[in-house]
Structures are given as structure tokens and as C-alpha cells.
Design a protein around this ligand. Structure first.
Ligand SMILES: Cc1cc2nc3c(=O)[nH]c(=O)nc-3n(C[C@H](O)[C@H](O)[C@H](O)COP(=O)(O)OP(=O)(O)OC[C@H]3O[C@@H](n4cnc5c(N)ncnc54)[C@H](O)[C@@H]3O)c2cc1C
Length: 411
């Protein structure tokens, strides 16, 4: 039995490990189009900031001892009926079972000129190296477009390198997909404290080019223009589902099977059942990719396990601010079945919020003080009712007894 995994990052390595756990003698081949050995993507901004050495990049994995990894090998065509993959080199590879762990790509800006060498996404090690090169060539002013997790991390790293950095987003506050307005205001303040200028409600409309390089970004509202010598595309990501001829992600069933025989899917490329929303979503975070990869790999090898569902979670430190968010953070307007509980201490810069739907925990925001966020996240994953929670999720400090909580109640 030959197992092939496309993508050798969080989900792909975990898929290889999962397959080998169930079938220790399996022949597993991991394909990666990137030229580097597997590395940890969330470290890219720390590397750019100069906080970690290059030597911390390699990603340790048991799979690397047992599976074959082929870097610089891009799969360009999948013939699922014949169970065959074609690589960019023209080579055809047969498989018995396939896992697509193809991740996601930086969203394009959709503006003419974005292929210029100084307009760079922030997704890969090559991107981080390209940014590094622009800095070493004298880039002094950067505009980061988009204030999601990647935009915020990239802006902080550039400012730490002494690059004058402006973070611009069309939204009214940063992390608009993963935090709420109040937490966003704290993040904006923390970014400013790190030396990043921030501007919201600004949509980029054009790149001004000179000699093939972007020299300014123009925005709506009209008339606003920001000169720059480096532009970062931080507008979020598109799941990579092109091998199945799709856009927007690959739907996964409850065993993480793709809608094609013999194919499983995991990580940023997958649309999995989201336990908070109760519908399929792409939850593009490292721990979900690992969890899904392992289960998809185990199931490729015949384990037949059910995926309990994913949950959006983020933990980010901006300057001195620690922010943890999970699940539904901005419930639909008009309340309906949703109820929101808040506790705020502006003097200390702390803020907590818990979102309930029909009395069950479905989301949380912890800003400033987030030590026990893991317990609340466990409750969201378990679909616990507020009244069954053996602690107050808004309390600054939980009673020690709360740590005995293991997610009571179920959906
Ligand atoms: C700058 C940055 C910071 C982040 N910080 C955090 C964080 O703090 N916390 C967190 O939880 N998450 C963070 N993330 C998100 C996290 O990195 C992703 O959720 C995770 O990497 C997803 O893993 P994956 O294996 O699904 O996909 P990826 O890591 O994207 O890996 C997919 C791999 O497949 C390869 N590939 C795709 N198509 C093909 C093909 N056809 N042939 C061959 N190879 C192919 C790609 O080149 C890539 O190497 C961050 C991401 C970035 C970019």
C-alpha cells in the first residue's frame, strides 16, 4: 500500500505520522513544492524580527525518520480515477491513498502591479527571505495591507527591525475576523506601542509603480496615498484546493475524507465541521492542522476514527498584550439565540467576553490576562452549558477546583 501526502508542513507531517502509527510498515511519500525541509510557519515573524536564529526553522517530526520527503516537487494534476499524481517535472506517481495537506496561500490584493518584487505575501520562508532582502537593499518604509493575524505579526516584526511601518486595513479594527471591537482597540494600542502606525477603514485601490517597484499605495477614501518601498500582502489566506479543480477549500466529511474516492484532506486546505458555528469552515491555524493531519493519516491507514470538529482559536502577543480568542467572537447582529457576557478593567487593560448560544458556550475573548483561557476553550469545544460550568468564565482567577473540569456536557 503506497500512501502519498501532498504538503509537508503541519498537516502533512502529522498525516504521515498518523499513517505510520496505524501501519508502521507503510510506504509513505511526502511531497513539498517548497525547496526547504519542513519548517514552522508561525516562527516566520519571529525570525524576521531577529528574535530567533535560522537554526530554529526545521520542524522536528517522527515522520521524517520513516517517510520519504521530496522537496521541490509540486503536484500539478490529480487523476483520482487512475489514482495518479503528475508532478511539475512531468513525472507521474501512483498512489493507493492520498492526503491533500496543501495549506493555503496569501490572498492576492487584486491590484495591478502586485507582482512587483517589493510587494510580498507573508506565508512562506521564501517570502520572509524576500522581505529580508528588501530590508538589506535599503527598504525603510513598509505598508502592510490587512490586519489579520499575519498582517499584525508581520507589522510588529518589521517595526522591531527599525522599518517605519504602517498597517492599513479596510476593517474598522485589527483582527476583525478573530477578535471583537474592544479587543481590537487594545491590539491597535499595543501595535502603536510597538512603533507601528495603524489606520483602519482604508481600502487599497492602486499601487503606484516606478521602474517596476511599488513606491506608494493609494486608498479609498480618495486622496489618501502612502509612499513606501515595501508592501506586505496581509489580507488573509485562500485554501489551496486547485488539485481538485476547486476554489475556497476542500470539504471534509466526519472522517476527513475529501469528496473523491481514496483522498483525505487536512489543515488549512480543508473545510471541516466547526463545533461553534455548526457548519463547515476553514479554521486556518497550526493546532487544527496537526489534529486533522494526524486523524486523516490514521484514517488513510484504516483507523476509521471520527473527527470531533474544529474550532477557530488564536493566541497572539502584541507588545505587552496577550490576546486569546476562540469560536464565535462577533455573534450575528440582532442577538437571537446569542447572549454576550463581558468583564472589563480599563485601568489594567484587561477584557474578557464569553458568547453563549442557547445557553451553551460558543466563543470567548480574553485580552490582557489570559491564563485560564484553555479551560474556557475546552468548554466551548465540549458545548458546555454556562450553568454546568464549575467556574465563572469571566472571573480573573479561577478556583483551583476548576482545573478538574474536563469539558462536562455535550452538544
Ligand atoms: C506568518 C504566519 C504566522 C502564523 N502564526 C500562527 C500562530 O501563531 N498560530 C497558529 O495556530 N497558526 C499560525 N499561522 C497559521 C499556520 O501556519 C497554518 O495554519 C498552518 O501552517 C497550516 O498547516 P498546513 O499543513 O495545513 O498548511 P501549510 O503550512 O500551508 O503547508 C502546506 C504545504 O503544502 C505545499 N503545497 C501546496 N500545494 C502543493 C502541491 N500541489 N504540490 C506540492 N506541495 C504543495 C505548500 O507549499 C506548503 O509547503 C501562521 C501563518 C503564517 C503565515
Amino acid at each position: 500500500m503506497r500512501y502519498v501526502v501532498v504538503g509537508a508542513s503541519a498537516a502533512g507531517l502529522a498525516a504521515a505520522e498518523g499513517t505510520l502509527e496505524v501501519n508502521p510498515g507503510a510506504e509513505v511519500l511526502l511531497l513539498s513544492e517548497e525547496p526547504h525541509p519542513p519548517y514552522c510557519r508561525p516562527l516566520l515573524s519571529y525570525r524576521l524580527a531577529g528574535k530567533i536564529p535560522d537554526s530554529l526553522y526545521p520542524l522536528p517530526s517522527k515522520a521524517l525518520e520513516r517517510a520519504e520527503v521530496r522537496t521541490g516537487s509540486r503536484a500539478v494534476h490529480l487523476d483520482a480515477a487512475a489514482r495518479r499524481l503528475t508532478l511539475e517535472s512531468g513525472e507521474a506517481l501512483s498512489y493507493d491513498r492520498l492526503c491533500l495537506a496543501t495549506g493555503a496561500a496569501s490572498k492576492p490584493l487584486g491590484l495591478p502591479g502586485e507582482e512587483a518584487a517589493n510587494v510580498i505575501g507573508f506565508r512562506t520562508r521564501a517570502d520572509a527571505e524576500a522581505v529580508e532582502e528588501q530590508i538589506s537593499r535599503g527598504a525603510r518604509r513598509a505598508v502592510v495591507l490587512g490586519a489579520g493575524l499575519v498582517g499584525v505579526k508581520a507589522a510588529g516584526a518589521l517595526a522591531a527591525r527599525g522599518v517605519e511601518t504602517l498597517l492599513c486595513a479596510a476593517s474598522s479594527d485589527p483582527l476583525s475576523q478573530s477578535a471583537d471591537e474592544r479587543a481590537g482597540a487594545l491590539v491597535a494600542r499595543a501595535l502603536e506601542g510597538e512603533g507601528v502606525q495603524v489606520r483602519f477603514g482604508h481600502r487599497p485601490t492602486a499601487l503606484e509603480l516606478r521602474d517596476g517597484r511599488a513606491v506608494a499605495v493609494r486608498f479609498d477614501p480618495p486622496g489618501s496615498r502612502e509612499p513606501c518601498d515595501l508592501v506586505i500582502r496581509g489580507k488573509g489566506v485562500d485554501p489551496r484546493s486547485e488539485l481538485l479543480g476547486r476554489r475556497g477549500g476542500i470539504p471534509a466529511d466526519d472522517q476527513l475524507r475529501a469528496p473523491v474516492p481514496g483522498v483525505w484532506v487536512a489543515g488549512d486546505a480543508a473545510l471541516t465541521h466547526d463545533v461553534a458555528w455548526g457548519e463547515p469552515r476553514a479554521n486556518a491555524i497550526w493546532p487544527m492542522a496537526v489534529e486533522q493531519g494526524r486523524l486523516a493519516g490514521r484514517n488513510m491507514a484504516g483507523a476509521g476514527e471520527t473527527y470531533p470538529g474544529s474550532l477557530a482559536m488564536n493566541s497572539v502577543r502584541v507588545g505587552g498584550l496577550h490576546l486569546v480568542t476562540a469560536g464565535i467572537v462577533r455573534p450575528p447582529e440582532g442577538e437571537g439565540p446569542y447572549r454576550v457576557l463581558r468583564r472589563e478593567d480599563p485601568a489594567r487593560g484587561t477584557y474578557r467576553k464569553v458568547i453563549l448560544r442557547d445557553g451553551r458556550l460558543v466563543g470567548a475573548v480574553f485580552a490582557g490576562e489570559a491564563e485560564q483561557a484553555g479551560l474556557v476553550i475546552a468548554a466551548i469545544r465540549a458545548g458546555t452549558r454556562l450553568e454546568d460550568l464549575p467556574f465563572d468564565p469571566l472571573a480573573e482567577r479561577f478556583h483551583w477546583g476548576a482545573y478538574a473540569f474536563a469539558g462536562c456536557g455535550s452538544r
